[in-house]
Structure formats: structure tokens, C-alpha cells
Design a protein. Structure first.
Lengths: 327, 302
């Protein structure tokens, strides 16, 4: 259930300035203040977080923080995927089974948004996404993203290392796994009315994977807050694993001693496993994983083991020939 | 001879409209592909009007849609004969070949798009067909349909002789079944559409069996009502069995969804509805236009 707790500084929606008045005032000011001030005003407008498509603009208090400083340690071997492609071709079964869920996803309310951390931790906590961002080391990283369906993209993600969040949570010594749970709002997410998917979306990592430097919590992309269809306001980016491991719309992280069962693993365990590390040597039961088609250009490039991130993560997995780690 | 001409060489309204209707899905998919753009604004008004879609992978999308229409046309091909009999509309036989050949053409386009999606790596495509069972099924179906399409000309019919030709073309039943199996196996988890198509296929096959058992006499209303219920029930049971056997999800959740409207009407009910519609068609034809048509024919003959 979605419990809306209003804090002191939040005003009711009816008290907010209507959008047309807001925009009208901006236009007036822009005209009056002349060219010199225009860039600053545009930045303000961006802060309003207008998502388009006729949806009510939600205020994203963190929008002004973007773009984050790029961490040069993570380099790409290919061009960035055009933003329009990365933000319009989305697997998000909560909003339907097609790739074209942009419109449906706009119904998801993403502010206020609380993240709950619980389970085997010293101090369970629930924290507002914008408060959380203030406490996390924000940065931008360029990552490859490889979907299990053999398409791929390269995206500038904005966010913070998952390791920093684990540190904040202070896991108990017997915690071995993290279970990520996404939102459950069948009233806005039509796909969640389909009763045969065991919603909410669940994914999991070992603690060692979660504290690996590559594991990244994402709040934005392309130097802006992430669009809803890409998993706003909080998602994972695990570039060495198939894309379904990188949950979207995360609301709860549970530290646990038991290996979590992901949603795809629960419904089709023979095709989607727990580790799901990228490896061209192990075919999906229905197709080869030897190569991938790039979003946008349609070019086909060879797939690399661990999606090319072996130097960071190979030591996490004892056996490179054990299929268990690669589906 | 053009597909829109009748035997006497005149333009047939029926054949022409069916011919155009068969082209429509392909044309629509082609146009949507041509205007596919990740940014609706970039394509301008036309793109916005033609596709609500923004699509970064237009080939994959077209591939899946053409495949879906292949199955639909196969089912439609098999529905012509029952429709013709139940509606007492013998002229329908004129369009059967056209619909069947269209199914083959869509299957061929579907295969071609797969080759495009694999960036024309023919050797790789061949190895994938051998390695992945569902692709092997699809390819065998395509080969089978191409044999049927090639032997669908008047000349081939004459050369083979009526009986041999008929026996050969009975193969459309097993090939449709293979195509449906391919359709099931390629699905990620949701097999609603394959269940729907298979349920209709079950009705079509049960109808033929019943017609034969009935000494090739037209079926009574109660026969048709039984067929409708039986094919709906088989579709529901089949769907349960599929999820039970092929997924870790199990069949019970999906089975239970049949009795809730939360996710809309499940495919087994649509199969039942289609079966009941056929019964209704017979009812109307028997009491209305069937007799009028017969009367018109008698008048024309006189």
C-alpha cells in the first residue's frame, strides 16, 4: 500500500502554482530579464521536472543537482546510444509486455518516494529519495547495458555506488544477500493487474556483488533525472549482468541470509537464473548470446564475457565454465 | 490470372476486397517501420499519426507482427470451409487459395525479417535453425507452406490430379500445428495469443472430425454448441498444462485468472465465443439469408 506521509515543507497540490501560471511568469521574466539571465531560468524550469505527455509535472527537488561529475574510470568501447532510443525502447512489464511503454509509465508517481532498507541490518530505515541523494556520493558513469534478449545500449547513468548505500545500511554479519523489491501499484501500473505475474518485481545480489564497485544505483541518465520508463526515481545498473537483474522503481532493499528468487526466475527458472552474468559461451535456451544488436544503429557486435567487465567482477565467480553463473 | 478476377475473367468484388484486406496488415507494418522513429517529434505529424510507436528496433517489431499475421491467416484459411458451409455461402471457396497463399507470403516475409535481424549472416542463421528447436519448427513450417503454395496453381492442380492434390494439401493441418508450436515456444512467458490461436485451430479440427462422423452432412445446432464448449474447455486445459509443464510459474495462477475479469477476458473464453458465433451464424443462415440466397439462385437459374 502507498502511504503518503506529508512533511512540514510539503504543501497540498491545490496550493501549488498552476502550470500555465508558472510558465507564464517564466515567460514574462525571461522577456524582462533579457538574454543574460535566460540560461539560469531555463535551469529553473528544468527543476520543475516537467515529464510531458500531459501528465501533471511532479517537482523533483534533486533535479538541480544534474549533471553529476563523470567518473572517468569507466570507459566505453562504443558510442553512447542516442538518448531518444534508450528512453523509448524499454522492458518494464509493470506497464505492459511491449517495448513501447513510455506513455503508460508516466502514470507512476515518483515524488515523494521513500526507500526502505530492512532485514539483517543494524538500523532499519526509511529514507526519502531526495534526502538519500544528499547523503550519497553522486557521480556519472558510462556503462554498457546488455539485455538477455541480445540487444544492447551504452548509457551515461547518474547515481551513486550501491556500496555506499550498503555502508549506510550497516548489514549484520550474517547477511549474505540483498533483495530488491520494486513498487506495487496495480492502480497505476496496468501490467500489475495481470494476476499471473508474482508482483512486485524482485531481484537479488550477493553482498559481495552489491559491494563491488560496479554496482550502481541510478537516479538519472544523460545528465538529467531518469525518465519514468527507465526506472525513475531509483533503479540499478549492473553492467556485467543481463539487464533484467537491474531492477527499476526500487522501493525496498532487504538484507537477508537466503538467496532471493527474482521474478523472472520464479516464473521461468530454466531461462532466467539468479546470477545471470553475461557470457557469450552460454546460449539462452532459445537464442545465441554470442552477439548483440545495438539499439539505434542496429549494428551487431560480439558479446564479451561479463559484458567486458571481467577485470572488475571475474573474481566473484569461482568457475567460468559453470552455466549456473551465466543464465 | 489476377487474384481479383473470377473464373470468367471479370473483377469480383469479393475477391478484390479480400485481396486488399490481406495486403493491409503487411502494408501497415511496412509503413510503421518506415516511419519508426525514436522521437515522435522528429518524424513530424505523419509519424505521429501512423505509429503511436517510437521504436528503436523496428526490424524486431515487424518480424514479430508479420509472424503473428502468418498464424492468423493460416487459421483463417482453415476457417473458410466451415464458414462456407455454415453460412451457406458457396462463393467463399473462391478466396480460400488467396488466403492460404497470403499465409505463405507472410511466413516468407517473417523468415526474411529474421535474416535481416541477424544482419544477413546466412551461415549463422542456418546454424541457429539447427540448434534452436523452435526455429527448426518454424523453418519446417515455412518449407511445408512453400510446397503448398507452389502447388496451388491451376496447372499444378491439373498435373497432380484432384485426389493427389487434395491429399497433399491436407498437410496444411500438420503444418499449421507446427507453426502454432513454434508460436508457443518463442513466447517469453505470456502465451495468451498462441492459446487463442490454438483454441481456434482445435475448433476447426473438431469441426472437420464431426462433419466426417456425421456422414458429411451439415451439423446440427447442438453439434456446434458442443464443439464450441469442447474447444473452449480444451483451450483452457491446454493453457493450464502449458504453464504447468513449461514454466516454473505453474498452471494454477493462470487457470484461476480465467475466472476473474481483472486481466480482461482470457483466451479460452474468446475461443468459446468464436465457437458460439459459428453456431449463431448457422442459425441466422438457416432462417434468413441462406433461404434467400437459395431462392435467388433458383431465380437466376430460371
Amino acid at each position: 500500500m502507498w502511504i503518503r506521509k506529508r512533511r512540514g515543507w510539503e504543501i497540498s497540490e491545490s496550493a501549488a502554482t498552476p502550470e500555465h501560471v508558472f510558465r507564464g511568469r517564466r515567460r514574462f521574466l525571461r522577456g524582462a530579464a533579457g538574454l543574460a539571465l535566460a540560461p539560469a531560468l531555463l535551469a529553473c524550469e528544468k527543476e520543475a521536472g516537467a515529464q510531458g505527455d500531459g501528465e501533471l509535472a511532479e517537482v523533483d527537488p534533486s533535479a538541480g543537482l544534474y549533471p553529476f561529475e563523470r567518473n572517468a574510470r569507466y570507459e566505453l568501447d562504443r558510442e553512447l546510444t542516442p538518448e531518444a532510443d534508450a528512453t523509448s525502447y524499454n522492458n518494464y512489464y509493470e506497464f505492459g509486455t511491449s517495448k513501447n511503454i513510455v506513455k503508460a509509465a508516466q502514470k507512476l508517481p515518483i515524488r515523494p518516494w521513500a526507500l526502505t532498507i530492512e532485514g539483517m541490518v543494524e538500523q532499519p530505515l526509511t529514507i526519502d529519495i531526495d534526502d538519500l541523494m544528499k547523503r550519497m556520493p553522486l557521480e556519472e558513469r558510462l556503462y554498457r547495458h546488455r539485455c538477455v534478449e541480445a540487444w544492447a545500449m551504452a548509457v551515461p547513468w547518474s547515481g551513486f555506488p550501491l556500496a555506499a548505500l550498503v555502508e549506510l545500511a550497516k548489514p549484520a554479519s550474517d547477511a549474505k544477500f540483498l533483495r530488491f523489491e520494486s513498487f506495487l501499484m496495480p492502480e497505476v501500473a496496468d501490467g500489475q493487474s495481470e494476476p499471473w505475474y508474482p508482483w512486485p518485481y524482485v531481484e537479488g545480489l550477493t553482498l559481495a556483488e552489491a559491494t563491488n564497485e560496479l554496482a550502481f544505483m541510478v537516479t538519472g541518465m544523460y545528465g538529467k533525472p531518469a525518465p519514468k520508463q527507465n526506472g525513475a526515481p531509483l533503479r540499478l545498473a549492473l553492467p556485467w549482468k543481463y539487464g533484467f537483474k537491474s531492477s527499476k522503481g526500487i522501493q525496498r532493499i532487504v538484507f537477508t541470509a537466503e538467496q532471493p528468487v527474482g521474478l523472472w526466475q520464479a516464473i521461468q527458472g530454466s531461462e532466467y537464473g539468479f546470477y545471470a552474468n553475461v557470457n557469450p559461451a552460454f546460449a539462452h535456451p532459445r537464442w545465441s548470446q554470442e552477439s548483440e544488436r545495438l539499439l539505434g544503429s542496429g549494428d551487431r557486435v560480439p558479446t564479451q564475457i561479463y559484458n567486458g567487465y571481467g577485470e572488475f567482477v571475474a573474481q566473484l565467480y569461482p568457475d567460468q565454465n559453470d552455466r549456473r553463473y551465466f543464465y | 490470372m489476377y487474384p481479383w478476377l473470377d473464373r470468367s475473367g471479370r473483377v469480383s468484388g469479393l475477391k478484390l476486397s479480400v485481396f486488399l484486406a490481406l495486403l493491409l496488415p503487411g502494408a501497415w507494418i511496412a509503413v510503421a517501420w518506415a516511419f519508426a522513429t525514436p522521437d515522435p517529434a522528429a518524424g513530424g505529424l505523419i509519424a505521429g499519426a501512423v505509429t503511436s510507436a517510437t521504436d528503436a528496433m523496428p526490424v524486431t517489431k515487424a518480424l514479430h507482427e508479420i509472424g503473428l499475421w502468418t498464424v492468423r491467416f493460416l487459421i483463417l484459411t482453415l476457417a473458410i470451409t466451415p464458414l462456407r458451409r455454415l453460412a451457406a455461402w458457396p462463393a467463399l471457396v473462391q478466396i480460400r487459395r488467396m488466403v492460404g497463399v497470403a499465409a505463405f507470403a507472410y511466413a516468407a516475409a517473417h523468415f526474411f525479417l529474421y535474416v535481416v535481424q541477424q544482419n544477413y549472416r546466412f551461415g549463422f542463421v542456418a546454424s541457429e535453425i539447427v540448434l534452436r528447436f523452435y526455429l527448426a519448427l518454424g523453418f519446417v513450417t515455412l518449407l511445408g507452406l512453400s510446397v503448398l503454395a507452389l502447388t496451388s496453381t491451376d496447372r499444378a492442380m491439373r498435373r497432380l490430379g484432384g485426389k493427389t492434390w487434395q491429399r497433399l494439401h491436407y498437410l496444411v493441418y500438420p503444418f499449421t500445428a507446427l507453426g502454432l508450436w513454434h508460436f508457443f515456444l518463442q513466447s517469453k512467458i505470456d502465451v495468451s495469443e498462441p492459446v487463442l490461436m490454438s483454441g481456434l485451430f482445435i475448433w476447426l479440427m473438431l469441426y472437420r472430425l464431426a462433419y466426417r462422423w456425421n456422414g458429411e452432412k451439415s451439423l446440427a445446432l447442438w453439434h456446434l454448441l458442443t464443439l464450441a464448449c469442447a474447444s473452449g474447455a480444451l483451450a483452457m486445459a491446454g493453457e493450464w498444462a502449458w504453464y504447468e509443464a513449461m514454466t516454473t510459474l505453474g498452471g494454477s495462477r493462470v487457470f484461476a485468472a480465467n475466472f476473474s475479469l481483472a486481466a480482461g477476458l482470457r483466451p479460452a473464453w474468446w475461443v468459446l465465443i468464436a465457437g458460439l458465433a459459428m453456431a449463431l451464424l448457422k442459425l441466422i443462415a438457416d432462417h434468413g439469408w441462406g433461404r434467400n440466397r437459395a431462392a435467388a439462385r433458383t431465380r437466376a437459374a430460371a
